[in-house]
Design a protein around this ligand. Sequence first.
Ligand SMILES: *Cc1c(COP(=O)(O)O)cnc(C)c1O
Length: 404
Amino acid sequence: MKFDQLFQNQLDQLKEEGNYRIFAELQRKCGAFPKVVNHHEDGTRDVTVWCSNDYLGMGQHPKVVNTMVEAVQSCGTGAGGTRNISGNAYHHKRLEAELADLHQKEDALLFTSGYVSNWAALSTLGSRLPNAVILSDELNHASMIEGIRHARCQKAIWTHNDPEDLDRKLAALPANATKIVAFESVYSMDGDIAPIKEILDVCDKHGAMSYIDEVHAVGMYGPRGGGVAEREGLMDRITLIEGTLGKAFGVVGGYITGSHALCDFIRSFASGFIFTTALPPACAAAATASIRHLKESSIERDMQKRQVKRLRQRLDAEGIPHVDNPSHIIPVMVKDPVKCRMLSDILMDQFGIYVQPINYPTVPKGTERLRFTPGPLHTDADIDYLVEALKTLWKQCAIAHAVA
Ligand SMILES: *Cc1c(COP(=O)(O)O)cnc(C)c1O
């Protein structure tokens, strides 16, 4: 084909750098998570997943599965339209009420994914509000960056998790600016957590709106799974809380919560909300069941914390370097894209352990890593087996045993 050489040149360059993405083909088995079947060139094999964002295994929880099956049988598969044109289901409305309650806000608005919710909400706020300036943490997720870019308003990037730098950048803005401060709670690659209270204090000082992405925290932190802001009693101080239904809640979809006027505004003006088919009602029903369950049950969160702690202790005992952080994410630094891919391949081929290498551009070059997310369904034996495998490989590959 005429254009294929143009495509291939860039792909070849990626491969040379070790940054070419290869997706593992997996078949999840309901009831067996985190064990899955890996389909590869020569057949299939059983592997244990160590890098899933289905952090609590809710994607196979009987309540969630049964709710989805029943909803499909009663409502059919797709929504049949956008929310505006025939696709607005009872299940969507009920889920939005559940989300508003989860975050103690007046209202919520659903999107087809967390990516779309950030993209649509930030681009709409930035493009519609008078003299808008979006102040974005330098490590914000691609979905926020794309939303901000699409807003085509003024923007400022502040130093990661640094309220003082944010303060300086806000102080430099004119009095008539509408200031929007966008950040995350749990940053999923390093597993660090934002100083939310300090950031909100700075927002208040400058009359800025606060926009938090709690995608990696909803379902996981706080007594009802409302996120880090719930745990710290700060939800009422945040203008807009964004989250996903695709990670700890185990389904699919994204959302924002906030005041009624804010949600109504995004509903009325966001192209990424208006011009796309609504989520299948069964997904909305399943997500509602998952949220309700995690509002009342802490056993999943407690077991997860236990297994995270256990993996950290076992890695420490073997001198395998991992980034110390206050979250559920355990990054083991490899700092080389080719080695990172190689370790991941060997773990899969020889040990039946699946952990995807995390390379550029997901993380900066030179900080390539394996990112482990232990959950309540990983057994102690799974953890021991993983650590033994890493120990063997660490010796073979002669990767420095220094703390990253
Ligand atoms: C995964 C992710 C999203 C997007 O959520 P999806 O529901 O997967 O589209 C948004 N923000 C952050 C920080 C994420 O890691």
